[in-house]
Write a protein that binds this ligand. Structure first.
Ligand SMILES: C[S@@+](CC[C@H](N)C(=O)[O-])C[C@H]1O[C@@H](n2cnc3c(N)ncnc32)[C@H](O)[C@@H]1O
Ligand code: SF4
Length: 375
């Protein structure tokens, strides 16, 4: 089984925290969409005819595309690749794009899952993030989405924002759960390079929240999600049973995926490919048939480190037998030795040769992952 990711690098406005590859100029949108279809054709052998069970439109803001533009991409995909009978097909969407008419149009495309960027239910947070919608618009969009029969939906929230209190974060979560959305992606704010937030932080205009407060907000997230029977299947991802994101799960489970578009990544078990991060160059190089990506052949060490970084964050844990089979005895032994001190101090636990991160370990997850790396 495999997946396809399509990158739509256009946004109406840039959020102050975001360092995803995107542009607020729509000048090359038409040409870009044509080029995506060319790349889909060029790379038809990448997945070696493996059935595709998930397709994901991400961005940027894919909800800036029209029904016709979306359907043209899917026509190409269906013509060129082997798609399973009931694929999960997700698009990311910004709440203010989700009008009744747009949602009805989406119903006429193969999309069957929506991931909605709510970020916060407080307008002052939305303003400091430079989001283009209000909390009221998010709530009304979600109700419309549900009324029109989209049941597989997810919402994104950000916590740890400057000035955010634990009480406000708890209220955000309560609003979220009241809306009966079955999947939540909740990310702690990170100050990324090339963002207004980082500039403001460096010039003292905003302040990071204290570490203790960050930790407390993460604890609140885990507690509130648990109360609602949401399973934390990955550090930032929570879902009701049957509503985990199949697409993201396949990244964590080392399934192969094809990434189409500027800046998109691909993985086929032995190498990773990174498409050029420039819209104009991407279009030009595909048109001229010149190289538009970098390729990295994965060594056993790369495969081991990739497996640790993705898998330890999930509820499925790190399987020592898989490490042995995939990367060799040497790495399995290294892992067993390195894991001992974390097992002793209760940050990891082991069941039938699988290492799991404990509730306690989750709070220092990055440190544990780094410690298990083979350098
Ligand atoms: C590709 S982006 C968003 C898709 C869509 N354009 C939107 O804004 O709703 C995916 C999600 O990553 C999260 N995100 C992006 N940058 C972040 C940052 N610096 N810190 C925390 N979360 C971030 C946001 O929750 C965002 O919705
Ligand atoms: S968060 Fe979404 S809408 Fe905002 S700039 Fe990033 S990709 Fe665009």
């Amino acid at each position: 089984m495999s997946g396809i990711y399509i990158h739509i690098p256009f946004c109406a406005k840039k959020c102050y925290y975001c360092d995803f590859f995107m542009s607020v100029s729509l000048q090359y949108k038409e040409e870009y969409l044509q080029t995506l279809k060319k790349e889909l054709e060029l790379r038809k052998n990448y997945l070696q005819n493996k059935p595709v069970e998930t397709i994901y439109l991400g961005g940027g803001t894919p909800s800036l595309l029209t029904e016709k533009e979306i359907n043209e991409i899917f026509e190409k995909i269906y013509k060129t690749y082997k798609i399973t009978e009931k694929p999960e097909i997700t698009t990311e969407a910004n709440p203010d794009d989700l009008s009744n008419s747009y949602l009805k149009a989406l119903k006429c495309t193969p999309i069957n899952r929506l991931s909605i960027g709510i970020q916060s239910f407080f307008d002052d947070d939305l303003q400091i993030m430079n989001r283009r919608h209000t909390a009221e618009q998010s709530i009304s969009a979600i109700k419309k989405v549900q009324d029109l029969g989209f049941s597989n939906i997810s919402g994104d929230l950000i916590y740890g924002l400057p000035g955010m209190s634990s009480e406000k974060w708890r209220k955000n979560l309560n609003y979220f759960f009241e809306l009966k959305i079955p999947h939540l992606s909740a990310y702690h704010l990170t100050y990324e390079p090339n963002t207004v937030f980082l500039k403001k932080l460096n010039s003292g205009k905003i302040k990071e929240i204290p570490e203790e407060e960050s930790l407390n907000q993460f604890k609140i997230l885990q507690k509130e999600a648990k109360k609602k029977n949401f399973i934390q299947y990955e550090t930032s991802n929570f879902g009701e049973k049957g509503f985990f994101s199949k697409h993201n799960t396949s990244y964590w489970q080392q399934k192969h995926y094809l990434g189409i578009g500027a800046s998109a990544h691909s993985y086929n078990g032995n190498s990773r490919q990174f498409n050029i991060k420039n819209i104009k160059e991407y279009i030009k190089r595909i048109r001229e048939n010149s190289n538009y990506f970098e390729k990295e052949i994965l060594s056993a060490k790369d495969k081991y480190n990739d497996y640790i970084i993705t898998q330890l964050r999930t509820m499925w844990g790190v399987d020592i037998n898989f490490v042995k089979k995939n990367t060799g005895e040497k790495f399995a032994e290294f892992l067993i030795n390195k894991a001992q001190k974390h097992l002793k101090n209760g940050n990891l636990t082991e069941k039938q040769n699988v290492l799991y991160i404990t509730e306690k370990g989750k709070f220092i997850e990055d440190f544990i992952i780094e410690d298990l790396f083979y350098l």
